[in-house]
Design a binder for this molecule. Structure first.
Ligand SMILES: [Zn+2]
Ligand SMILES: [Zn+2]
Length: 249
């Protein structure tokens, strides 16, 4: 299996100090052939021009590293946009960054303090509703860490029907899910999304990307082997993206 980590935050993300050299070095040591740098884009913190400026500088650095590691590693130029459907014009501007390999969209804005079952079901309902709106806005390639809400509640309060809608929309808009291994280190769950949802997703789509959501050195390969095993067991086809085109590995 050609190894990949499609979810890495470099020092171009506000919450990571990982420099691109270190990332490349560790990925190569671990025989990972493709690493996607999915730096955070949060339009409530930053205007689109500053984001584009930052990404252009980063992408030049990535080009340099890709030359150094030719034949061993390719770093992909990606972003993880928080709630992209709240900022359609900004995302449209960002799409003009010509060497962007893919856009991951993630829902991060999640209330953490719902207590009763009723409140929790409500928070879950609203979380997946945002996921649905994000897919329908049709501006992203990959849905990042579906089920991230389980990080705060442990137990899954999602609704079967709402998930069915999400899976049919993924098919309709030809978007794919990320299998995110940070679930293990963040809350002792297998993956985001849960195994049960991965099984359901497999019924409608075969393709997937694997990511660890690394913000530190020791997270660059954490639980990746387990995700690779699940990929094999469930029969998924791992893919990468280059210039927003999906490529099977
Ligand atoms: Zn995220
Ligand atoms: Zn992330």
């Amino acid at each position: 299996m050609i190894r990949q980590n499609m979810h890495i935050h470099s020092s171009y993300s506000w919450d990571s100090k990982l420099n691109l050299d270190t990332i490349a070095h560790i990925l190569v040591e671990n025989h990972i052939s493709y690493g996607a740098i999915t730096d955070h884009v949060e339009f409530d913190r930053e205007d689109v021009l500053s984001v584009i400026k930052r990404l252009n500088i980063r992408n030049e650095e990535i080009n340099h590293i890709n030359q150094l590691y030719q034949g061993k590693l390719i770093l992909l130029k990606a972003v993880e946009i928080s709630e992209p459907h709240w900022y359609p014009d900004e995302v449209k501007e960002l799409e003009k960054v010509e060497d962007l390999d893919f856009i991951m969209g993630s829902i991060h804005s999640i209330p953490r303090n719902a207590e009763s079952k009723y409140e929790r079901e409500d928070v879950y309902y609203r979380y997946y509703k945002e996921v649905i709106k994000m897919i329908q806005a049709n501006q992203i390639d990959v849905v990042g860490h579906l089920d991230y809400i389980n990080r705060y509640y442990g137990k899954d309060y999602s609704f079967y029907r709402q998930l069915s809608d999400i899976f049919s929309l993924l098919k309709e808009y030809d978007m794919i899910l990320e299998m995110n291994t940070s679930a293990e280190r963040r809350c002792h769950l297998n993956t985001f999304p849960s195994l049960e949802k991965l099984v359901r997703y497999k019924l409608i789509k075969n393709e997937i990307v694997l990511g660890t959501d690394a913000h530190r050195e020791n997270e660059l390969v954490s639980n990746l082997e387990q995700a690779e095993l699940i990929t094999k067991e469930l029969g998924f086809q791992p893919v990468i993206y280059q210039k927003r085109k999906r490529i099977k590995l």
